[in-house]
Design a protein around this ligand. Structure first.
Ligand SMILES: Cc1ncc(COP(=O)(O)O)c(C=O)c1O
Length: 404
C-alpha cells in the first residue's frame, strides 16, 4: 500500500497498512481486505440510511452516468435531476414551498447557511447583525465557517483566527440563551443548532429547549438554522428532526442521508418567507454557488435514495430501531454494564465511564463498528438494520464491556 493518502481526523504518522481497508459492503455488512466481516452500526459516518449496495440507487446512478454525468447549474443552465432532487427534498421537509440550494458536503451546506443568514440581514439594511450563536458540543463541519461555529474546542484550535462575531451558549440551558439574546439580540444574525447533536456525543435537547430557541429568534428578529446533516432523512423517526421536535427553523442544512452517501450531495432548505425576500428584488443576484451545486449524477442518487426511504418506510423503521435500541440499552443499564444511555430513533450513545476508544477498538475487532466519543460509544446504524443485527450489537457490547 502506498502512503500517499492523508486521512482526515487521523494521525498523519499512522501507516496506511494500519487502517482497516474496507473493500465491499452489502446492506449492514462490511468486508475488509482480509475477508473479515463487520456489522456497520455507524452507517459509515452517520449516513447510510438505506444500507450498502442498494441496486435501485446504484442503477439510477449508472443510468444517469449514461445520459449526463456532469454539468453546472449556474445561470443560464439547469438540469432535470437537480431540479427534481430539490423538489423531492423540499416535499418531505417542513418547508414544502421553500427553496433548496445544493452543494456537496455538510460543511458546504453549513457555510452556505451561515452566509445566507448574514446576507438576509444585510439586504434588509441591518448590517450590524453579524453574530452567529453556536452551542457547546455542536459540530458543523470543517470549513472555516463550520469550524468557527462548532462547539467542540479541539476542532477549533490550531488554525489561527477563525470567524469573528461568534458567541457560544450551553447546549442545554435556554435561560443562558435568553440572557445572551437580552444583551445582544439586535446583533444576532442566527443561531445554528443540531436538533440532536451527533459528533458531540448524541445529545438530545432538553424538553422545551428547541421551542425556546425558536421563540428567542422570533422575538429578536434572528434566524434559526437547524443543522440536520445527521438528523435528516428519517434518522429521528420523522423525515426531519424539525418535525420530530415540532419546531420549524428558517433554514435546514442537510447532507449524508440525502443520498445515503452513495454520492456526495448536500444542501440548504430555506423557508418560503426567506425565498419571498430573495425573489422580491429581481435584480439581486445570489453571489454564491459551487461548481458541483446541482451535480446531476449526485442528484439522481438522491432522487432514487429518497424513493427507497419512502417505499421501504425507513422513516417508520427508525422508530422500530429506537424501541429496540432503548430496550437493549435498558437491559445493559439494569445489569450495570453501562452508566447511562440516550438517543432517539436510529441514533444512540451509552456512557461507559472510561475512555471509549479501547472499547470501540474491541467492538470493531469483535465485528461491530461503532464510534468512541469521550467516554461514550455511539451507534447510528442503517435504517434497514434487522432486530437480529441489533441483537448482535448488544451481545457484542455486553461481551466487550464485561471483558474490558
Ligand atoms: C451536523 C453536521 N454538520 C455538518 C457536518 C459536516 O459534513 P461533511 O463532513 O459532509 O462536510 C457533519 C458531519 O458529520 C455533521 O454531523
Amino acid at each position: 500500500m502506498t502512503d500517499a493518502l492523508l486521512h482526515g481526523f487521523s494521525l498523519p504518522s499512522k501507516s496506511e497498512t494500519d487502517f482497516i481497508n474496507i473493500v465491499s459492503a452489502k446492506d449492514c455488512t462490511l468486508v475488509d481486505d482480509q475477508g473479515k466481516q463487520y456489522l456497520d452500526a455507524m452507517a459509515s459516518l452517520w449516513l447510510c440510511q438505506i444500507g450498502h449496495g442498494n441496486s435501485k440507487v446504484v442503477n439510477a446512478i449508472k443510468d444517469q452516468l449514461d445520459r449526463l454525468q456532469t454539468y453546472n447549474t449556474f445561470d443560464p443552465f439547469t438540469n432535470t435531476p437537480a431540479s427534481q432532487a430539490a423538489e423531492a427534498v423540499r416535499r418531505v421537509s417542513p418547508h414544502p414551498n421553500g427553496r433548496v440550494f445544493l452543494g456537496c458536503s455538510g460543511s458546504e451546506a453549513v457555510d452556505s447557511a451561515l452566509k445566507l443568514s448574514r446576507m438576509f440581514h444585510q439586504r434588509r439594511g441591518d448590517s450590524d447583525r453579524q453574530i452567529i450563536v453556536r452551542r457547546n458540543a455542536g459540530y458543523h463541519g470543517v470549513n472555516v465557517g463550520g469550524t468557527s461555529v462548532q462547539g467542540i474546542e479541539p476542532n477549533r484550535v490550531g488554525w489561527g483566527d477563525l470567524l469573528p462575531h461568534v458567541i457560544e451558549i450551553p447546549n442545554d440551558d435556554i435561560e443562558e440563551a435568553a440572557t445572551l439574546f437580552a444583551e445582544h439580540g439586535s446583533r444576532i444574525a442566527a443561531v445554528i443548532c443540531e436538533p440532536v447533536q451527533g459528533a458531540g456525543g448524541v445529545i438530545v435537547p432538553p424538553d422545551g429547549y428547541l421551542p425556546g430557541l425558536r421563540r428567542l429568534c422570533d422575538q429578536h428578529g434572528s434566524l434559526l438554522i437547524f443543522d440536520e446533516v445527521i438528523c435528516g432523512f428519517g434518522r429521528t423517526g420523522q423525515w426531519f428532526a424539525s418535525q420530530t421536535f415540532d419546531v420549524t427553523p428558517d433554514m435546514i442544512t442537510f447532507a449524508k442521508g440525502v443520498t445515503s452517501g452513495y454520492l456526495p450531495l448536500s444542501g440548504v432548505i430555506i423557508s418560503e418567507a426567506l425565498n419571498d425576500e430573495l425573489v422580491s428584488d429581481e435584480a439581486a443576484k445570489l453571489m454564491h454557488g459551487y461548481t458541483y451545486s446541482g451535480h446531476p449524477t449526485a442528484a439522481a442518487a438522491a432522487i432514487a435514495n429518497l424513493e427507497v426511504i419512502e417505499s421501504e418506510n425507513l422513516v417508520g423503521e427508525a422508530r422500530r430501531i429506537g424501541d429496540e435500541m432503548h430496550a437493549g440499552f435498558s437491559a445493559l443499564l439494569g445489569d450495570e454494564i453501562i452508566n447511562s444511555f440516550r438517543g432517539i430513533g436510529g441514533i444512540w450513545a451509552c456512557e461507559i465511564g472510561k475512555d471509549a476508544i479501547p472499547a470501540r477498538d474491541m467492538m470493531i475487532s469483535n465485528g461491530v463498528v461503532c464510534r468512541g466519543i469521550g467516554e461514550a460509544l455511539a451507534f447510528c446504524p442503517p435504517l434497514i438494520i434487522t432486530d437480529d443485527e441489533i441483537g448482535q450489537i448488544f451481545d457484542t457490547l455486553s461481551d466487550v464491556l464485561r471483558g474490558s
